[in-house]
Design a protein around this ligand. Structure first.
Ligand code: 5GP
Length: 219
């Protein structure tokens, strides 16, 4: 899918699809924001959703908020790379920005659930690096959902009920991070991304780079 782009060390590489999943409230939105602020050559995939906007959320930054008809039209036209129904709402990943980023050698960060991750793995296996974030305890998860203060008690109850089911997908992910402490979890997630960027298979410019080195050595 990706052809590669320039990097600081001069070796062109393919971009990768960096997926963070977790039950709601395990801290993945905070971790995503920290990554976006700290890591160069990384862009966030902004999903389309039919759910209502929460206080503090912005159109085009957190989501593209669309109605059901618009969402269906995007599916029909093949504009979504993956989509899923979560909590009775539909969520999907617009395809075009992801393809443009990958072929320019930029990475894309996804905050999507296990259903979306499965679809991405099927469609773009080698480009996908997936991380599952676990909360340290159920009490911690509930506390974070309440602190967020964006949802009603009923919605929070629903999210807690779903958490156990979502957790059962942990073994489908490449990496597991327990978010006991947000700074430690952030350091771990950042290490994963740094190491994955260095994988030989993604560094499509290596053959040329080494050939140049050899030419210089043989002069
Ligand atoms: P929330 O409504 O709390 O923003 O998100 C609910 C769930 O939907 C989260 O688990 C989030 O990761 C997931 N989600 C958000 N966008 C997408 C998407 O484009 N595709 C899929 N499959 N899941 C998504």
């Amino acid at each position: 899918m990706a052809t590669g782009g320039q990097t600081a060390d001069g070796v062109a590489r393919r971009g990768l699809m960096f997926v963070l999943s977790s039950p709601s409230g395990a801290g993945k939105t905070t971790l995503s924001r920290m990554l976006m602020a700290a890591v160069p050559d990384l862009q966030m995939s902004v999903s389309a959703t039919t759910r209502a906007k929460r206080p503090g959320e912005a159109e085009g930054r957190d989501y593209w908020f669309v109605d059901k008809a618009k969402f269906e039209a995007m599916v029909e036209r093949g504009e979504l790379l993956e989509w899923a129904t979560v909590f009775d709402n539909r969520y999907g990943t617009p395809r075009a920005p992801v393809e443009a980023a990958l072929s320019a050698g930029r990475d894309v960060l996804f905050d999507i659930d296990w259903q979306g991750t499965q679809q991405l793995r099927e469609k773009a296996g080698a480009d996908v690096v997936s991380v599952f974030i676990l909360p340290p305890s159920a009490a911690d998860l509930e506390r974070r959902l309440h602190t967020r203060a964006q949802d009603s008690d009923e919605v929070i109850r629903g999210r807690m009920d779903r958490a156990s089911h979502e957790l059962s997908h942990w073994a489908e992910y490449d990496y597991i991070v327990v978010n006991q402490n947000v700074d430690a979890a952030f350091a771990e997630v950042q290490s994963i991304l740094k190491a994955e960027r260095l994988k030989r298979a993604r560094r499509v410019g290596l053959t040329e780079f080494v050939r140049n080195l050899q030419r210089q050595l043989e002069k």
